[in-house]
Design a protein around this ligand. Sequence first.
Ligand code: EPU
Length: 302
Amino acid sequence: MRIENPKIVAALRELDVELRSRASLAKLTSLGIGGTTDLLRIKKHDAIPGLLALLDANGIAHKFLGGGSNLLVEDGELPWIALQLARPQPDVVLEGNFAQVDAAADLGRTVTFCAKHDLGGMEGLIGVPGTVGGALRMNAGAYGMQIGSYVREVKLYRASGRKLEILRGDQISFEYRHTSFAPDDMMLAVKLELPSKPYREILQGIRICNEKRRSSQPLGQKSAGCIFKNPPGASAGRMIDELGLKGHFVGDARVSDRHANFFVNAGHATAKDMLALIADVRERVHRAFGVDLENEVVMWNA
Ligand code: EPU
């Protein structure tokens, strides 16, 4: 979708929102898949209510883009624009055991920054790509921990009330790869409370998690992490592997040889390829195990 109306372009400038025309979502997502649309980069949280009122008044559909690391976007000219927060400097401010983190902050860099200041707990998240806002929305987790356990406060834009709000951690429910945020809530910042731990000890934990991840996941390849959620008490990756589907492909969309719940873009995969591969694998798992796998990856398709 293009924003060409000069009045809207001028209003965006007034709100200090940067308009990037014809952005390629393939370049903004870790899967390297997705069509083109205009991208609005938001520099100040306070501009958001005005910006969304402007978009609504002009009937411009929009989606909030985080780090693009858990996302499958459809091909072609997209029927909506993308909104993304620009990263402020600094993006993490520490006070005692609290870390005030902007949603646009890189998750891995946040974990290491806190570690260097003797704040631990998030070692498992090292190597998880994406932003802190994305991790928060999905309640990202790995190796026995999840980010939700450390959340004390969240600043967000609530589309339902059309305003910025601050929620306490205990007002939010964090479950396995799921939170109580509404789909159109936009994460802006989070206050984490992290346990004190000596840097050396945290580093040890980070090394162990890094090693486990390197040995079991296709880190150098374009992927969106795990495609399916694990059903209660089972592993989607193991089931797909047991069906002999590693290396199974549709076009350039391929089940990873290293971890069967990672589907990689092995060249020039399209969303159509990836969606067909996902549907095929889901169907085969259903036939063999009677289990309906639920998507873990977020899909922006019609
Ligand atoms: N397994 C196989 N074949 C495979 C993949 C896995 O047999 O191709 C087996 C493993 O040997 C192991 C079991 O399945 O016995 C579980 O595998 P793994 O430890 O890799 O964990 P997972 O359940 O597949 C989950 C998360 C990952 C997270 C890891 C580590 C989900 C859907 N996946 O994977 O998260 O990194 O644990 O904690 O919850 C993600 O969220 O995108 C993601 C990758």
